[in-house]
Design a protein around this ligand. Structure first.
Ligand code: SF4
Ligand code: SF4
Length: 440
C-alpha cells in the first residue's frame, strides 16, 4: 500500500512503524474472510482491510479521528485472526494499538462512554476493586429488570453495556488464592524456578487455575514464586488505548521481575491467561524506545511463556487415563493468533489421556476480548452464541481454554463445564479433579 507520510511525520518512531506496516499491505482482502466482525456484519469498514484504510487516512492526514473511524476501530476485537491469515505479514496489532491511542488522545467520546471506560480501566486491573465490583454487581443484578430493554445494536448505548456488565458477574466468588510474595518449594529434586503471573481478574474469578499450575509445577520439581510488587500486565488499559497506564504497569512489572531474577533467579515468567501473555511477550516492542528499560523489557519478553509452553518441556506423564472424557479445546485468540500456540495444548491434553476435539470455526473469536463483551455486548453475544453452537456440535463433556476471559464468556452461554487446560493437565498427572460445574 502506498503511503504519503511527510519526512517530519516519519521522524516519529510510531509513525515510522505505522508506515512500515501499511506498506506491507497489498490489499488482497484475504483477511476479510477470517475477521469475526466482517463475518457478522459484511461491511468492508468492519474488516481488517477496511480498518487499515481508515487508520492510514487518520494517521497520514494527522486528523482528529471522526466518529465513523472510532466506530469501526472500536468494533475490532483485536483478536488478530487477520494476522494469522495475512500472507504479507502485516502487523495489524501494532497498527490498531497505535490507532486506539490516537483515538483516546484526540477524540472526545460522549460523556457516558468516557465514564464507563474510565471506570473499567480503574476497577479491572485492581483485584480488590474488581472483587468489590463483582459483589456489587451481583447485588444489583435483580434490578436489571427495571432497566428499559434497548433493541440489540452493533452501536450499543449505556444501558446495553450496564446490562452486559451485570450479566457477567458470577453468582459466587471463590476465596482469594495465595498472596504475593509466597514461594512454593519444589517437591523432590529441584529442576527449575519460575515466576507465575498472578493476574488481576483471574485471581478473583478463578484462583483455582494458578493453584493447579502451582500443584503441577511443584510436583514436577519446579519452585514457583508469586513475585511481590507485580501488577496487572497492562493489557486491559492497553486495549482501550491508555498507553500511559499500560506502560507504567509494564515498567513496574519489569522492575519487580528483574529484582527477583537478580536474587534467586528465574528460568521463566509463566502466564496462565493468554491475553496477558501476548502483551508481556510484546513488552520488548512497547518499550523499544525506552533507553533505560529497553534491554530489560526484551529480556522479560523472552522469559515470558504460556504455561503450556513450559510444561511441555517437563515430560508430563498421566497417572490415570481419562479416555472417557471428551474435551472440546477452545483456542483463545491471544494464544493461537497472538502467540502462535495452536496445536501444543491439544497435544498435551491428548498425550495425557483426554479425547480432544477441535471446534469448528476455531479461528473465530468467542467475543470476550478484554472489555469487548461489555463495550460491544451485541456483537460479543452473537460471537458467543456462534462459538457455543460450534462447541456443542462436538458433544463435549468439558471445554478447555487457556484464557479466563474466554472461559467466562463461553460459560455464560453453556451448561458444559469450562476449565483451564492446566487444570486438566494437573488432574491427569496426579492432581485433584477440577470442579465439574459450569462457572455460573
Ligand atoms: S490479508 Fe494482509 S495484505 Fe491482504 S488486505 Fe489483509 S492485511 Fe492487507
Ligand atoms: S483483529 Fe480481529 S476483529 Fe480486528 S480486524 Fe483483525 S480479524 Fe477483524
Amino acid at each position: 500500500m502506498k503511503t504519503e507520510f511527510s519526512l517530519a511525520q516519519l521522524a516519529d518512531p510510531d509513525i515510522a512503524e505505522a508506515d512500515k506496516i501499511l506498506r506491507a499491505c497489498v490489499h488482497c482482502g484475504f483477511c476479510t474472510a477470517t475477521c469475526p466482525t466482517y463475518v457478522l456484519l459484511g461491511d468492508e469498514l468492519d474488516s481488517p482491510r477496511g480498518r487499515i484504510y481508515l487508520m492510514k487516512e487518520m494517521l497520514e492526514k494527522d486528523q482528529t479521528p471522526t466518529a465513523e473511524v472510532v466506530k469501526h476501530v472500536d468494533r475490532c476485537l483485536s483478536c488478530l485472526s487477520c494476522m494469522t491469515t495475512c500472507p504479507s505479514g502485516v502487523h495489524y496489532m501494532h497498527l490498531v494499538d497505535q490507532a486506539r491511542v490516537r483515538i483516546e488522545q484526540r477524540y472526545q467520546r460522549p460523556l457516558a462512554d468516557r465514564l464507563l471506560r474510565r471506570l473499567l480501566a480503574f476497577v479491572l486491573p485492581d483485584p480488590r476493586l474488581f472483587r468489590l465490583s463483582m459483589r456489587l454487581a451481583r447485588i444489583a443484578r435483580p434490578l436489571a429488570v427495571l432497566l428499559p430493554t434497548p433493541r440489540p445494536s452493533a452501536t450499543p448505548g449505556l444501558i446495553q453495556r450496564i446490562r452486559a456488565m451485570l450479566a457477567l458477574a458470577p453468582d459466587r466468588l471463590p476465596p482469594p488464592g495465595p498472596s504475593a510474595g509466597r514461594v512454593f518449594a519444589a517437591l523432590g529434586k529441584k529442576r527449575g524456578r519460575v515466576a507465575l503471573l498472578q493476574g488481576c481478574a483471574q485471581q478473583v474469578l478463578a484462583p483455582r487455575i494458578n493453584q493447579a499450575a502451582i500443584n503441577l509445577l511443584t510436583r514436577h520439581g519446579i519452585e514457583v514464586v508469586l513475585v511481590r510488587d507485580e501488577q496487572c500486565c497492562g493489557a486491559l488499559t492497553h486495549h482501550v488505548g491508555d498507553d500511559q497506564d499500560a506502560l507504567a504497569r509494564a515498567r513496574a512489572n519489569i522492575a519487580a521481575w528483574r529484582k527477583e531474577a537478580a536474587g534467586e533467579g528465574l528460568d521463566a515468567i509463566l502466564v496462565t491467561t493468554s491475553g496477558c501473555g501476548t502483551v508481556i511477550k510484546d513488552y520488548g516492542y512497547l518499550l523499544r524506545e525506552d533507553r533505560e528499560l529497553a534491554a530489560d523489557a526484551a529480556r522479560v519478553s523472552a522469559l515470558a511463556k504460556d504455561i503450556t509452553e513450559y510444561v511441555a518441556g517437563l515430560g508430563l506423564a498421566p497417572t490415570a487415563r481419562q479416555d472417557n472424557i471428551v474435551v472440546a479445546y477452545h483456542s483463545a485468540c491471544s494464544l493461537q493468533h497472538g502467540q502462535k500456540i495452536t496445536s501444543l495444548p491439544k497435544e498435551l491434553l491428548s498425550k495425557n489421556g483426554f479425547v480432544v476435539k477441535d471446534v469448528p470455526e476455531s479461528h473465530l473469536c468467542c467475543g470476550s476480548a478484554g472489555t469487548y463483551n461489555i463495550l460491544q455486548p451485541d456483537l460479543a453475544g452473537r460471537l458467543r452464541d456462534r462459538k457455543v453452537a460450534n462447541i456443542a456440535s462436538v458433544k463435549p463433556d468439558m471445554i478447555a481454554a487457556g484464557n479466563i476471559g474466554c472461559m467466562v464468556q463461553i460459560a455464560s452461554g453453556t451448561s458444559v463445564p469450562v476449565v483451564h487446560t492446566i487444570e486438566l493437565l494437573d488432574w491427569a498427572t496426579g492432581g485433584s479433579r477440577p470442579a465439574l460445574t459450569s462457572s455460573r
